[in-house]
Structures are given as structure tokens and as C-alpha cells.
Design a binder for this molecule. Structure first.
Ligand code: SF4
Length: 398
């Protein structure tokens, strides 16, 4: 449906799929791949929803390097550029722009009857009615919306008799490292833009060895612009020789980002503060989060291993963060899925245990979260939920 570039690598930790042509490694990535191979660590072409050949009426990537700002030709899969046109063609799709959901309203039986929205231009409030409601506001805002939807039937927030809504917030613990490869320093600069990251180092610690932590991490590489001289701020000197040094190292630029598992814990949570409201009068979310012991131990190993890889690739001027950071916009877990309504909010189809016509189809449904990026799993779960909704509606079950 989305078009994914990649290659079939036969690794159990990242099972193979059907891919469009893989992205080619840059020189810097070839050098690091060689170093990884000596350490027994695989480095494979990146797998992501970027087209390397024409697909589904969309053009392929032209390697302009601006993926993080939005792809002007639609080579990256996004819902607005890829799905809205298809939905429009069905004639069954209406996009209501500038509507901010304030609260979900239920009837006497406890089913959702409408969502109350504020028009952000006119500031008027209105109700949008439907038979089935799918919330997809991401982990902080989905929890906020449910917690702000209180009623006599659900005094603790919608679908929240378990008190799990807002709890178990987690995401990725991250580390960002940059360095400069000796082999490329001083070479003539070339256009290295590409489609940001072309390669990927999947988890490699699932070897059964005893470690001080549970879980794993992976590395994404070369996902920032090659144009910006990050090292200029910490090189010494000034004037002509300083500029020469900056130029000398820049062709060797190499970036590694570690993304590690974080343990889902109930005390890490989103609540709402009813005494403080946003510009539209809606109570704001409050986020409380601390990394646990396991998260910190994993982060240390992830950082040290990245430094080893950069050292093996003969990299100079290595810089990295000194303490765990997160979540890399990968927040998950505040409206968790599970089979027991006492300890979870949603069933396996992202349907609220307590409210039959309410679905939550974003990362907040995750009960746990490995080192992998969440978006494609969110999409797969949303497709499963959509198929379930359509079959239940046909049967009259919702
Ligand atoms: S590099 Fe990124 S933004 Fe540029 S065309 Fe390719 S996918 Fe789109």
C-alpha cells in the first residue's frame, strides 16, 4: 500500500518483506559498514516508505535531502499525499479542516454519540455525529482527549475504569553521535544529500549473552544535512586556518543515532490539569516521565557500542550526548491494548473494552515497544482495526 525501499537481508530481528529497490550506501556508509563487519555487526540498506522507483502513481525520490521538511513530489508516503486523493475518489470522504476536538460525548448507554469540536477560526463549538469514532491524535493528545471526556458514566475519563488512560507512557531512549571519518577528511566535497538515511544497523545484541539490562537498540545513520558544519562550534582557532580545518573535516561527516527500548511503567503518565487551559479553553496535558534503571543501563551500552563502531571506522572529533534523551517523537503507550479490561483500555482491534464504537488507532495502543520505529506498526494496526470496523458494521455488531 505504501511503497517501501529496502533489501531482503535474511535477518530474524528484521523479517524481510517486499521492497522497492534499495538505497545505495554513500562512501561514508561503506566505510562504517566495513568496520561493522569486522565487529560482526550487520549494516543494511534503510527500510522506509520512500519510493526509489515510480509506484502507485507517485514519482520516485530525486535525492534532494529535504525529507524532514516534507517531500514536495510525494516520494515519501504520507496520508495527505497518498491516501486523501484515494479517499476523495470514493465520494465517501469529507475533510473538516480547522476543527479541534475538545471532548467526546456519550449517550445513556455509554456509546459515543458525537465529538465536540471547536472551529479554530470562528471559535464556535459544534458537534460532529457518527456511528463509529476513531481517535488518532498520538500518545499525549489521545490520552488528553479521553481524560477530558468525563461524564456521569465515565467520571474518570472516557473508557477509563481501569485507570490506565494516560499511564505507561514510553518511547525511545536516544543518543546522537557525530564524528568525522579520517578516510574522507580532506577529500573534495561532493553532493551527499540523498534521501537522508540510506543505511541502518539493526539490533545485534539478541545473542543470549547476559547483560545488565533487558531489550535492545538499533542505529539510524546519516539522517541530518551534510551542509551544516556541526564541528565548527568546537574546533579551536579563528580566521583562515580555522575555516580550512572546518572544510577539511566536513567531507568525513558521519552521524549515528541510537534508539533503545524503554520499559513501560505505570508511574510514567499523562494527566490533565483542569485549572490550566489552552488558548481554546481546553485543560492542558501534564507529562510526568523518568527513565528507569533498565533504560539507563541500556542507554550506556548503546552509547559505548556506537563509540566502538566509530572508533573501528577511524573517526575523529566524536561528540555525543552525556545523558539519556528521548523520545525521538516516538511516544507510545498511554491507551494500552490488552486482553484484560482491568489492566488495559483497548482490545486487539484497538476498540475500547468499555465503549464498543470507540477506537484509538495511534501509538498510544502499544503495550510494549522494542527498538524499532513505531509508524509502520501503527499503520498495520490501524488497517486491522479498519477491517474489523467494516466487518462489524456489516454484521450490525457496532
Ligand atoms: S530526498 Fe526526501 S524530500 Fe527529496 S525527493 Fe527524496 S524522499 Fe522526497
Amino acid at each position: 500500500m505504501i511503497g517501501v525501499t529496502g533489501s531482503r537481508d535474511g535477518l530474524e530481528i528484521v523479517p524481510d518483506g517486499e521492497y522497492l529497490r534499495p538505497l545505495k550506501f554513500r562512501c561514508s556508509e561503506q566505510i562504517v559498514k566495513r568496520a561493522c563487519a569486522k565487529m560482526g555487526i550487520p549494516m543494511i540498506p534503510a527500510r522506509k516508505a520512500v519510493l526509489t522507483e515510480p509506484y502507485d502513481g507517485r514519482p520516485p525520490c530525486h535525492y534532494c535531502g529535504h525529507c524532514m521538511e516534507g517531500c514536495d513530489v510525494g516520494a515519501i508516503f504520507t496520508v495527505p499525499n497518498s491516501m486523501f486523493p484515494k479517499a476523495r475518489k470514493t465520494g465517501n470522504f469529507t475533510l473538516l479542516a480547522n476543527k479541534l476536538a475538545r471532548e467526546i460525548l456519550v449517550d445513556r448507554e455509554g456509546k459515543v454519540r458525537a465529538v465536540s469540536v471547536i472551529d479554530t477560526v470562528s471559535r464556535k463549538e459544534e458537534e460532529v455525529r457518527a456511528r463509529v469514532f476513531a481517535v488518532c491524535c498520538a500518545s499525549i493528545e489521545s490520552a488528553r482527549l479521553l481524560l477530558n471526556s468525563r461524564s456521569p458514566r465515565f467520571p474518570n475519563g472516557l473508557a477509563n475504569s481501569s485507570d490506565c488512560v494516560g499511564r505507561y507512557l514510553h518511547g525511545h531512549v536516544t543518543v546522537d553521535l557525530t564524528g568525522y571519518l579520517e578516510e574522507l577528511a580532506g577529500t573534495t566535497p561532493i553532493n551527499n544529500d540523498g534521501a537522508t538515511d540510506h543505511s541502518y544497523i539493526p539490533r545485534f545484541n539478541q545473542d543470549g549473552k547476559k547483560r545488565a539490562y533487558k531489550g535492545g537498540y538499533h542505529y539510524q545513520v546519516q539522517y541530518s544535512s551534510f551542509m551544516f558544519p556541526r564541528h565548527a562550534q568546537y574546533l579551536k582557532g579563528f580566521g583562515r586556518s580555522f575555516k580550512q580545518q572546518v572544510r577539511y573535516w566536513q567531507p568525513g561527516f558521519f552521524q549515528m543515532g541510537g534508539f533503545g527500548k524503554v520499559v513501560a511503567r505505570p508511574e510514567n503518565r499523562v494527566t490533565v490539569d483542569r485549572s490550566r487551559v489552552d488558548a481554546y479553553g481546553i485543560p492542558i496535558p501534564v507529562v510526568r516521565f523518568r527513565f528507569g534503571e533498565n533504560d539507563v543501563a541500556l542507554w550506556k551500552d548503546m552509547k559505548e557500542k556506537a563509540e566502538e563502531i566509530l572508533h573501528a571506522a577511524r573517526t575523529q572529533l566524536v561528540r555525543s550526548e552525556q545523558r539519556p534523551t528521548g523520545f525521538a517523537s516516538h511516544e507510545v503507550g498511554t491507551v494500552r491494548m490488552g486482553s484484560d479490561p482491568r489492566t488495559s483500555v483497548l482490545n486487539a482491534f484497538c476498540q475500547a473494552h468499555e465503549v464498543k464504537n470507540l477506537f484509538v488507532v495511534d501509538g498510544s495502543c502499544f503495550a510494549t515497544f522494542p527498538e524499532k520505529n513505531p509508524t509502520l506498526t501503527i499503520m498495520a494496526l490501524a488497517v486491522r482495526a479498519a477491517r474489523y470496523i467494516s466487518s462489524e458494521v456489516m454484521k450490525g455488531g457496532i
